[in-house]
Ligand binder design. Sequence first.
Ligand code: MG
Length: 218
Amino acid sequence: MHQVRIKGSEKSYPVGKIVCLGRNYLEHIRELGNQVPDRAVIFCKPASSIIPDGGTIEIPDYSNDCHHELELALLIGKSGKCISEQDALDHVVGYGVALDLTLRDVQAEQRERGLPWEIAKGFDTSCPLSDFVAADQVDNPNNIRLTLTVNGEMRQEGTTAQMMRSVEQIIAEISKFYTLEEGDIILTGTPAGVSAIESGDQLVGKIEQVGSLRSTVA
Ligand code: MG
């Protein structure tokens, strides 16, 4: 079972589920030509998709178009169902840097056929994830800068202030459908600038006050 930890703490958390939000940044919705959703787009990645900081991404042979999506990750430290926006941050024990790697060709193909696109999102190594920082190290999770470089070149640059749904709203929304449990992780969506990665690429994701994440494509 995959474990994550909070920097400076002895405690580690076995990962439960990884719940992800799609289409949470307007500019990213536009760059893919998608519709602005009236209801949150929610999907899950299996915990087996996680690789740690410094890990190697393996693009499956059934895809020719793997995209990076840099995202702020939340680590849930307290269980809850139908959590109110007011109480939402009490359930977050840490923040981390994540990539929601996506096989864009497979996703498009599955979507066209009206089929679930989980195999485009949940493959092994599709969730590079940093260690977490304690929640109290982040002043305001709804106003921090995110950047992703590939081979030193800036690809994604944004701030969580651009999110259509705030961290509090995301937790409230997801917990209407799923009980959130200690060790669950939430990925909060990606800003604009997604693009394909290739063999040998070096990715560095950074989130202000949270940390950095390095990955290499096999
Ligand atoms: Mg995403």
